[in-house]
Design a protein around this ligand. Structure first.
Ligand code: MG
Ligand code: MG
Length: 263
C-alpha cells in the first residue's frame, strides 16, 4: 500500500530532512586529504546521538549485506558508489567521496546523499558529479501531481544519456516516510508517461547515481560496498522530496546548495 502523507506529516519529515542536510554538510566540510573515513563516521555518529535521532542504517540487515550494518553513514570512495562501509582509509588528493545518510527523528525518516572531490578535482570527475546533480534536479522538477513515476525515471535517464553515462537499474530511488524504504522503487531509467500517477502526499527518495563507463556493479566481500564493475569512478546524488499540490518540496536541501545559483 502506498502511504500518502498529510502536510503535517511532511513537515515532520522536513525536520528530519534538515538535520540530515546539516550532518551531510558537516561531513563534507570535514572531508579532506589525510582525513580517515572512520573519523567522518564517528563525527556523524556524535551529531546523531546529540540530536536524539536514530540512524536508519544501524542494524539494517537486507538480504545482500553480510550481517547487520554497524555504521551510521555510507562513505563510498572512487569506484565505490553505494553502501560504502566506513573503514580505516585515509582520503587522498583527488578522491571522489559519496556520503549517504538516512536517519529518523520522532519516527519520520529522511535520506540524502551527495558526492564531492577531496583536494584537487579532475575535470572528468566533476562532470560526472554534476551530471548526477543535474539528473536529480530534473527528476525533482517533474515530481508533480498528474505526472507519472516513469516521468521521474525518464528525466534521470535523459540527463545520463546527454552526458553519455550508462544507467544501472538494480538500485534506484524509493518510497520513504515512517521507514527509510517504503513501497515504490524509482528506477533511474524508464519511460515517460508510464507507471503510478503521482499524487500530493507522496514522499520519495530520488537518487541518480552513475559510473563513468559501465552500468554493471560488483560487491565487496563485506556484502555491502557496491562498486562499478570496471573500476570507473562513480557519483551519487539523493534528496528526499514530497509531492505537493504546488512545486515539489525538497526536504533535505543543504544550505550550500540553496546559496548556489540555479537551485
Ligand atoms: Mg541514501
Ligand atoms: Mg535512498
Amino acid at each position: 500500500m502506498i502511504d500518502l502523507k498529510t502536510p503535517a506529516e511532511i513537515q515532520r519529515m522536513h525536520v528530519t530532512g534538515r538535520f540530515v542536510a546539516e550532518v551531510l554538510s558537516e561531513v563534507g566540510r570535514l572531508a579532506d586529504v589525510g582525513v580517515n573515513l572512520l573519523d567522518l563516521e564517528h563525527h556523524a555518529r556524535g551529531m546523531i546521538k546529540r540530536r536524539g535521532a536514530e540512524s536508519c542504517y544501524w542494524d539494517y540487515a537486507p538480504s545482500f549485506g553480510h550481517g547487520p550494518f554497524r555504521n551510521v553513514i555510507c562513505l563510498s570512495v572512487n569506484d565505490a558508489v553505494l553502501h560504502g562501509l566506513p573503514h580505516d582509509y585515509t582520503l587522498r588528493d583527488g578522491d571522489v567521496l559519496s556520503a549517504d545518510l538516512a536517519v529518523s527523528i520522532d519516527g519520520w525518516a529522511a535520506d540524502s546523499a551527495y558526492t564531492i572531490v577531496v583536494g584537487t578535482a579532475a575535470e572528468e570527475d566533476l562532470r560526472l558529479i554534476r551530471a548526477t546533480e543535474e539528473a536529480l534536479e530534473a527528476a525533482i522538477e517533474v515530481a508533480r501531481p498528474g505526472n507519472r513515476l516513469g516521468d521521474i525515471s525518464a528525466a534521470i535517464w535523459a540527463v545520463a544519456r546527454d552526458h553519455g553515462y550508462p544507467v544501472n537499474t538494480e538500485f534506484g530511488g524509493h518510497g520513504i516516510g515512517r521507514t527509510m524504504h517504503e513501497e515504490l522503487h524509482v528506477p533511474n531509467k524508464g519511460r515517460a508517461g508510464r507507471g503510478l500517477k503521482l499524487r500530493p502526499g507522496l514522499t520519495l527518495a530520488l537518487e541518480p547515481w552513475f559510473a563513468r563507463t559501465t552500468d554493471r556493479i560488483i560487491y565487496d566481500d563485506d556484502g555491502w560496498t557496491i562498486r562499478s564493475a570496471d573500476g570507473s569512478r562513480t557519483a551519487h546524488s539523493e534528496h528526499t522530496i514530497a509531492i505537493t499540490e504546488d512545486a515539489p518540496l525538497v526536504l533535505t536541501r543543504r544550505e550550500e546548495e540553496m546559496s548556489s545559483p540555479g537551485r
